[in-house]
Design a protein around this ligand. Structure first.
Ligand SMILES: C[S@@+](CC[C@H](N)C(=O)[O-])C[C@H]1O[C@@H](n2cnc3c(N)ncnc32)[C@H](O)[C@@H]1O
Length: 312
């Protein structure tokens, strides 16, 4: 018998170890406007840094790194010259794909298996949702035995501490506690000597938690979502943004903003210029891209949030 957390961790590792399948598209894979907009935002944050480091957690196919570096190279050559781009990823298969995709930026991109002391921006898109969660309901924790689900009294004091600190003791529903998210925040807070931490992901805040009475864990396979995940699927849980905000404080990460992706993109001049340009065009390719930008703004834009934390 193993806790759901350990089972989820094993499934996610296995999933990313296996051949890269396209069971879902992420924002950077949808359209370059996402990476270009993020690059513009990051450039404003680091423009006065001497040698800023851009550190991406979970590089996927390398699409986000490619678009960020392309944008900086084309539009912000003075910043491009000074940056180094690091990717942290546990999937050897994806690292291979990233290396191939980023061949033209060979002198700029590095791979690392740990965080290290740095100044710049640590950021991720759809990384925190991959981190395993403990599944809890009214003091009991979910365990997996074969294909059976078993609920046992929670004995882990760390989980109880988080439940109390977040004010979840009286919730009569499934809740997910991501101790791994807190561990990552700790590493980020300790290593980021000066700069910003950005999390882009789908998620919820404490005020919204009751909208998910059965919790938020799902499995993805062949572009379908399964509420009962099983091995061989990518298993994810919505990110608890209130928890990231609350625990970030312990590690010196002060919240600057937490907003929906749609709002983040609408405030971004690069995204808005692209949207305007495409909406005036009659070319088939542009019409197709316009529809992808609308997906970024509407369906993803409403589900995803952007958390910006600062370390002074
Ligand atoms: C859903 S993909 C997102 C990829 C990319 N950020 C994007 O938006 O296209 C998640 C990425 O995080 C990596 N990943 C997931 N869990 C991880 C962990 N615990 N440690 C390191 N990398 C992890 C996966 O290998 C994969 O590259």
């Amino acid at each position: 018998m193993m806790s759901f957390r350990d089972w989820m961790e094993a499934c996610v590792r296995e999933y990313y170890k296996s051949d890269f399948r396209r069971d879902f598209f992420t924002a950077p894979e949808l359209d370059r406007a996402f990476g270009y907009s993020l690059a513009y935002f990051i450039a404003q944050l680091v423009k006065d840094y001497e040698k800023p480091i851009l550190f991406e957690l979970g590089g996927g196919s390398g699409a986000l790194a490619y678009d960020i570096l392309t944008y900086l190279w084309e539009k912000e050559p003075h910043i491009y010259k000074r940056v180094s781009y690091y990717i942290y990823d546990f999937s050897p298969r994806l690292i291979e794909i990233q290396r191939e995709r980023l061949k033209s930026f060979r002198d700029k991109v590095f791979w690392t298996d740990r965080l290290f002391p740095m100044k710049g921006v640590i950021f991720s898109n759809e990384f925190f949702d991959c981190l395993p969660v403990h599944v809890i309901k009214e003091g009991k924790e979910l365990f997996i035995e074969g294909d059976k689900e078993v609920w046992k009294e929670t004995s882990n004091p760390k989980i109880m501490e988080v439940i109390q600190r977040m004010g979840y003791e009286n919730l009569q529903q499934v809740i997910e506690i991501c101790l791994d998210c807190i561990e990552f925040l700790k590493g980020i807070g300790e290593n980021l000597k000066k700069g910003y931490h950005l999390v882009i992901d789908y998620g919820y805040t404490t005020e919204e938690i009751e909208r998910f009475p059965q919790g938020t864990v799902v499995g993805y396979k062949s572009h379908k979502v399964y509420s009962k995940p099983s091995e061989g699927m990518d298993i994810t849980a919505y990110v608890n943004f209130s928890l990231l905000e609350e625990y970030g404080k312990d590690f010196g990460l002060q919240k600057v903003d937490c907003l929906r992706l749609s709002r983040f993109l609408m405030k971004n001049p690069i995204f808005m210029e692209e949207l305007e340009k495409l909406s005036k065009s009659k070319k088939a390719e542009d019409i197709e891209r316009l529809s992808r930008l609308k997906t970024l703004l509407i369906s993803m834009g409403e589900r995803f949030r952007v958390l910006i934390q600062k370390k002074l």
